[in-house]
Design a protein. Structure first.
Length: 400
């Protein structure tokens, strides 16, 4: 392999981790485990149509237990985006607050949506979409605001000129800390909030719980980054330890615990956590001259290597991105041919999701390359491409 080929492969590997939202590659080994055996689950697949613009530019940001999705899509002309609600094959334009653009960022099981939208006066405001109406939250939470996430009670977290806010029942509470400016990212059903502390120093994570903002600390190093929060207030993410190694952690009941890695000198990242405190993400394993990661499932004190879909050498890569209550994991992996495919890990087997949609009429045209969410009700939010029209976001549903 010449230098230019090696550079292209290296760039492809970093692009893989960027798609997953994970840090750069570590060292890993080949442990392929793909299956299409009898008894494998089967999924229907539906693509999310755009609002008239280029479907390849659509962005899906959240899915609920009914398989409804929100995000943003270009309208006809590809000049401006509007927030949308996708439900049962139809993508509905949520409009704006009187201005030109909007974007959806979070959805709950009542199909209530939050995000940001332009108002007629030129300001940008957080919104609450409920019962067919987009409500302007700017007068409550502040102008130039954005809603990031919404829980089952309709509570919204976001940021505005006034700082980080928690919107609840028509009122806004601003979250503050002496450690620095707070930037929220997730909220659970109990109204607990996860986010980052913006300061001039290393990154820190905060948890708002019981009306108190707590900085979570580290694993002994100088920085930490929380990525996911479950309904019990447990957090996962990654932190530096005293030796400077980045490791996945589980924060529970005021204690941050290292999840270790898949080998003694390896690094790891926690990406998602379920209600039982099981965690998925990526972790390094040794493999000679190459570097990368394998997806893992951390459960009952053990980090399990989920392997890859056949990728080896430079392509010996996989990463877990989402996990449901049953401990099923989804994410992305390279195959033996060097292609990036979405996977599902369930009942001890790592499946190529493309093999699980074979009965769908879309199967000949669609290649699924990654997943961002899996619900307890059998829905997956997946990325990929439809060769006929360029659609890139899909909703999968397990067939019973």
């Amino acid at each position: 392999m010449d230098d230019s080929q090696h550079q292209m492969l290296t760039l492809a590997r970093y692009a893989f981790f960027a798609i997953l939202g994970l840090p750069g590659p570590y060292v890993l080994s080949a442990s392929a485990q793909a299956s299409s055996s009898s008894g494998a689950p089967a999924f229907s697949v539906a693509e999310i149509p755009s609002l008239g613009g280029n479907p390849a530019l659509l962005l899906a940001t959240g899915i609920n237990d009914a398989g409804q999705v929100t995000g943003s899509s270009y309208i006809a002309g590809n000049a401006i985006t509007h927030a949308f609600l996708y439900s049962d094959g139809v993508t509905q334009d949520l409009g704006t607050l009187g201005g030109s653009e909007s974007d959806g960022s979070g959805i709950n099981n009542a199909a209530e949506i939050t995000g940001l939208a332009d108002a007629a006066n030129g300001t940008i405001n957080a919104f609450l979409y409920r019962d067919g109406v987009m409500h302007n939250l700017g007068s409550v939470v502040g102008i130039d605001s954005v809603g990031y996430a919404i829980n089952e009670s309709g509570q919204i977290i976001g940021s505005s000129q006034g700082g980080a806010f928690l919107y609840s029942r028509g009122a806004a509470q601003y979250l503050t800390s002496s450690a620095g400016t707070l930037s929220p990212s997730a909220i659970n059903a109990a109204g607990e909030v996860l986010g980052m502390v913006a300061s001039n120093g290393p990154s820190q994570t905060f948890l708002y719980s019981g009306a108190v903002v707590s900085v979570l600390g580290t694993l002994g190093g100088n920085s930490t980054h929380g990525t996911a929060l479950n309904k019990s207030g447990q957090v996962t993410g990654y932190s530096l330890n005293a030796g400077g190694t980045q490791l996945a952690f589980l924060y529970s009941n005021g204690v941050m615990q290292s999840l270790g890695s898949l080998w003694a000198l390896g690094a790891s990242t926690g990406a998602a956590i379920n209600a039982s405190g099981q965690v998925t993400g990526s972790a390094s394993v040794p493999d000679g001259e190459y570097s990368g990661t394998h997806a893992f499932l951390y459960s009952n004190g053990v980090m399990q290597d989920l392997g890859t879909l056949g990728g080896s050498g430079m392509y010996d890569l996989s990463g877990g991105q989402a996990i449901n209550a049953a401990g099923e994991v989804t994410g992305a992996s390279y195959t033996a041919s060097g292609a990036q495919h979405a996977f599902l890990f369930t009942k001890g087997t790592l499946y190529d999701l493309n093999s699980l949609i074979a009965a769908s009429p879309l199967a000949p045209y669609v290649t699924l390359t990654g997943t961002t969410a899996i619900t307890d009700t059998g829905y997956l939010l997946a990325q990929g491409v439809d060769t006929r029209n360029g659609s890139i976001w899909f909703v999968l549903h397990r067939q019973r």
